[in-house]
Design a protein around this ligand. Sequence first.
Ligand code: ZN
Length: 87
Amino acid sequence: MATPSFDDSMFLLAHCSVCAADTLTHLGLGPEDDLIRCCVHCDAPVVSPLIEVSSEELEDRGYSVIEARTCGNGGGCGSGCGTRAQH
Ligand SMILES: [Zn+2]
């Protein structure tokens, strides 16, 4: 099975009115259990058109792309890593 590379991945941003910025989005559930796009920072639903960006452009917008396999293995993952400890 092929492992997707971040270099080949595309990410969806949208303008978040709460954060007043173009932010990375995630899928969430709307009021009628429909899938909606939400801001990763404040979880507010975003309604603006989605902006598809490459990992390179994502870094230009202030995000860091860290491949999961480097996290927790002394791979230079510092604070700001999106990985959360599971308890
Ligand atoms: Zn937001």
